[in-house]
Design a protein around this ligand. Structure first.
Ligand SMILES: Cc1ncc(COP(=O)(O)O)c(C=O)c1O
Length: 336
């Protein structure tokens, strides 16, 4: 049974939350709270977006890596992972990561755990615990769940860490990305807004493909070193979070997932996760597929009013070639 009004933010042991424009800033403050700086190592899964590296680089720290299985759990035993000051556990696509290997690693090395729940606002694990509250610090990228220009949060789940937290930054327009402002304005044009935005996006992708050979924006190495916009959260963030009907949103996402799973079988693509666990609230429908499966799923996504994206935008710095199964993951994005 889901409770319609309850949400994960503020429910950690410490109960403190700070809001930002992007989850990268939440990670920056999380690393600072753990005293990470020059010379420290931060252990990350090698299957992640290159953007996540920026806060680590900005603090002068060094990333080190653990690898990920096709089912998006860590490869092998945490006894083999390199030593680091902090380790990041990611709930990919809103599916709960098993925290046990991270706790074991933390016991062995003294590393602090950050739960990266950028994808999983409203999602819970098999025990009913909110994702993002299962480690001392949890990250949320709210803009990935709610259609808003920006929005992210850091959940401080350990009372002792609260006293080191900086003041909440003002909620204003400083952190806004101009492209997001334009998209939001377009979407709010009565009656035709959503359609207009879809046509504009389709046209922009076509022009980009013609000019660069890729419909998606070319991956920018600067994403690994800079964040690019200010950290201040958007002025409308808290009311957007309050207005979200959590119960309906949970049902909507789970229903969209079930429908995509059926369509996925028809299109011949393979789901990344074989089941949708009871309390999971998915970011989207992640799958692996070839060009033709992807083209079919893109049509399915379009009919459902959704977008299809490739994920992730892998970092450049990993020493070894990535396994092939890192490079064929796509997601029907349930953002509404
Ligand atoms: C797993 C994960 N963590 C963190 C982030 C950063 O989120 P944001 O774009 O809000 O900074 C992303 C997305 O880039 C992500 O996919």
């Amino acid at each position: 049974m889901f409770v319609a009004s309850a949400g994960p933010l503020g429910e950690g042991t410490g109960g403190a939350v700070r809001y930002y424009s992007l989850a990268r800033y939440a990670l920056l403050d999380a690393l600072r709270l753990f005293g990470v700086g020059r010379g420290h190592r931060v252990l990350l899964p090698s299957f992640l977006c290159r953007e996540v590296l920026a806060p680590i680089t900005m603090l002068g720290a060094t990333p080190c890596w653990y690898e990920i299985e096709p089912g998006l759990t860590p490869v092998g035993s945490p006894d083999m992972w390199p030593e680091a000051a902090v380790v990041l556990a990611i709930n990919y696509f809103g599916f709960a990561q098993d925290m046990a290997p991270f706790v074991a690693y933390s016991h062995r090395t003294g590393a602090k755990i950050i739960e990266d729940n950028a994808h999983g606002y409203l999602s819970r694990d098999a025990q009913g615990r909110w994702l993002g509250t299962r480690a001392p610090l949890g990250l949320f990228s709210l803009r990935k769940t709610i259609r808003i220009p920006d929005g992210a949060a850091l959940s401080v789940n350990e009372a002792l860490l609260v006293k080191g937290l900086p003041e909440q930054l003002p909620f204003d327009e400083n952190g806004l990305h101009q492209a997001q402002v334009l998209k939001t304005r377009m979407r709010h044009i009565p009656l035709i807004g959503s359609r207009l935005l879809r046509i504009a996006t389709f046209t922009a992708r076509g022009i980009r493909k013609y000019k660069t050979g890729s419909a998606a924006p070319l991956s920018d190495p600067l994403l690994e070193t800079q964040i690019g916009v200010a950290p201040n959260p958007w002025i409308g963030l808290l009311s957007a979070v309050a207005q979200l009907d959590n119960g309906s949103e949970i049902v909507r996402r789970r229903e969209a997932y079930s429908r995509c799973a059926l369509e996925g079988q028809r299109c011949g693509v393979a789901p990344v996760f074989t089941i949708l666990p009871d309390h999971c609230v998915p970011y989207g429908y992640p799958f692996r597929g070839d060009d033709s499966g992807c083209a079919s799923m893109r049509r399915v996504a379009g009919r459902m009013g959704f977008d299809l994206v490739a994920w992730p935008n892998l970092p450049n710095v990993f020493e070894r070639p990535f396994p092939a199964y890192y490079r064929n993951v796509f997601m029907v994005n349930f953002l509404w």
